[in-house]
Every structure is written in C-alpha cells, then in structure tokens.
Design a protein around this ligand. Structure first.
Ligand code: MRU
Length: 351
C-alpha cells in the first residue's frame, strides 16, 4: 500500500500512556481512552474496548510496559514484567496473538537484563519492543494484502465475517487489507459484510471502516449469507482468524464455520488471512483451541435493549472452529498456504 490508507488507528502509544480507540462505541462515537496501567489494559481487552487478535496482542505488549514502569530496581522490574505478562494473559483465551506478544515481551526483557543494560535502558528497550510489535504488524498486513489481492479480480463479490480490518490490527487489517489495496489500484471489489451477531463487529466496524475508505460494501445479516451466495453474488469468502492450529483448523468469530460450510456448498473458495503470529503450531487441532464464552446479556439485551425473556438459558461462544477441510488457503505475510496444511504451515516457520 502506498500510504493513502487513512483509517482510524485503534492503538496509539503516546510515550507514557496508551490511547485506545473505544471500539464498543463505534460507529456512533470516536473516543480514545487514556490507559495508564496494566489493569486498564486488561479491562479494555476483556470488555472489547480493543478487540481483534493482533490489536489485542499489541495492546497487551504496551500493558506490560505500563505495568512495569514504576519499578526502582532491575530485580523489581524483571519480576514486574513476568507478573504483568501473566496477568494480561488472563484477559481473553482464544486469540493466540495475545500470548505470542506477551511471550515476546518477557523474552525481550530477559535478554535486556542478561546483556547488562541499566534499569532505565531496559525500560526504554521494552517500549521499543512494543513499538516494534506494532510496526511489524503494519508491514505484515500490507504483505498479506498484496498476496490476497492476487486471488481477486476486478468486479468480484467477496464476503467477510466479523472485523479483520485496520481496527483489529496496527493498520490495514488482514482479511480487509486486499480491499484497501484494490481500491488504491482502481479495482472494484463488491464486499458483503456479515453483521456478525451478537456484538455486531461486521455492522459496527467492518461496514464503518470500509465505507469510510470508499470501498463498495453491502451490509447483510448473518442469516442472509446463504441467500446472497445462491444468487451468485459471492465469488470468494475471506476472513481473519484468532488462532490457526497446526493442522490448519481455524478459530474465528462465531458464525465463521457456518459461512465456510455455505461456501463449500456453493463451490466458493474460503480464504483465511493472518500473520504468522496467529499460527500456533503448539496447538495440534481446532479441538485444542480454548473457546471463550461470553455473558448471556450480549444475546438477551445487546446494546441495552432486551430481546429475550428474563432467565432464559443462553449459550454464547465468542468463536467457532472451521475444520481445515473447508479452508481453500491461508494467506500470510510469507505467501499463500494450501493443503496439506500440517506440512505447509510448518514450512513457513522453517524458512
Ligand atoms: O471478539 P473479537 O472481536 O476480538 O473477535 C475478532 C475476530 O474474530 C477477528 O476475525 C480475528 O481476531 C482476526 S482480526 C485480524
């Protein structure tokens, strides 16, 4: 991308605090929350003020910086980094980018101490590590967008679910990156955005950021995807992911699995876009991915309006797993991976 992308930045490090775009308020209000502690960051992640796998990881990295900044000795600082990283890891369970970023921050801190840096230099180097996580994500997404765009042609219809855009990452997004790139190159891609019950990331965030960028986007309810596909309006599906297991099974926002089954039934390719930091070779299959369950109120009285009887039993998993048989390809910054996924995902980390 040439830099014409002008989407809102979800995470901004100001030098001594984190200004976080409150994504719960979008698209109605654009409010940045000043976060000054690891507790603030934990709370923001847990309550979806910041959401999307890469953005969660980036925020948590700054959370470690904030939580360890008041240490007065090297020992105290090292202990605080470990403790705050462990604490932030309890904010949400599914997106592996959270744990990836926290592990990277812990490893960096140990390296800085071992190399003999002073306390002040260690603190500064840790800030730089968090900044690097954020800026590398931006570059990674640009590359994902370039690879993904090779799969699309002018005037194609592409359906997406949830929000894997600039708001969910440092910039550009993963699944939405090719749409921005296409726009820059004068290509027209007709995007269908599922509204994504129950928290409406598709309606509130994807439709918002694509519309702001002038991308041709049509919002549909989740239960319309099959109908839209049956009309021949969808040539491909592209989604982001919170964790890819070693065998290529993909965890993403609840409803993604249904979209993948529908895509297969209609002979439509189903693509998944993600950075290598979302691929977890330590998790053998989708069945091993921890799936977050969220509060019943997201379904019974989402956005303050009661839409179900008091006391009704509710099941509210935030994610589902799409088995790798439904995945046509996984698009990463290192290129496009196809089956056999077990073997080809492993090769990404060997090169
Ligand atoms: O609950 P959320 O909004 O954090 O879920 C987000 C998703 O499922 C995204 O599709 C995923 O994190 C990929 S973001 C590039």
């Amino acid at each position: 991308m040439t830099g014409t992308y002008a989407g809102l930045q979800s995470v901004i490090w100001t030098g001594d605090k984190l200004d976080l775009l409150d994504q719960r308020l979008l698209p109605e209000e654009i409010v940045y929350l000043p976060l000054t502690s690891a507790e603030d960051v934990w709370e923001a992640i847990r309550h979806l003020k910041v959401r999307g796998a890469p953005a969660i990881g980036i925020s948590a990295a700054y959370g470690v910086v904030l939580g360890s900044s008041s240490a007065t000795t090297l020992e105290e600082w090292s202990a605080a980094v470990q403790k705050e990283a462990e604490y932030l890891a309890t904010s949400r369970p599914t997106a592996v980018n959270l744990f990836w970023a926290l592990d990277r921050m812990k490893a960096a801190a140990s390296r800085f101490v071992e190399s003999g840096l002073t306390l002040e230099s260690c603190k500064e180097a840790l800030i730089q590590e968090a900044i690097a996580i954020q800026s590398e994500d931006e570059e990674t997404n640009r590359l994902i967008g370039e690879h993904a765009l090779t799969l699309f042609k002018d005037d194609m219809g592409v359906l997406t679910h949830c929000n894997a855009g600039g708001l969910a990452t440092a910039k550009y997004g993963t699944a939405l990156a090719p749409f921005y790139l296409a726009k820059e190159q004068g290509m027209n891609i007709r995007v269908f955005a599922d509204e994504t019950r129950p928290v409406l990331q598709g309606a509130r965030l994807t439709a918002f950021e694509l519309q702001q960028a002038g991308v041709d986007v049509t919002l549909i309810c989740d239960n319309m995807a099959g109908m839209v596909m049956s009309k021949g309006w969808v040539d491909a599906v592209i989604v982001g992911t919170d964790r890819v297991a070693a065998n290529g099974d993909v965890a993403n926002k609840i409803g993604t699995y249904s979209v993948a089954v529908l895509a297969k039934a209609h002979g439509i390719p189903f693509y998944v876009a993600c950075p290598l930091s979302t691929i977890d070779l330590g998790t053998p299959t989708g069945a091993d991915i921890p799936i977050e369950e969220r509060g019943a109120e997201e379904i019974t009285e989402g956005f303050g309006k009661r839409t179900a009887p008091e006391g009704v039993k509710v099941f509210n998993p935030a994610f589902d797993v799409t088995p790798h048989e439904y995945v046509t390809a996984i698009i990463t910054e290192k290129g496009i991976v196809r089956a056999p996924f077990e073997e080809n995902l492993r090769k990404l980390f060997e090169a």
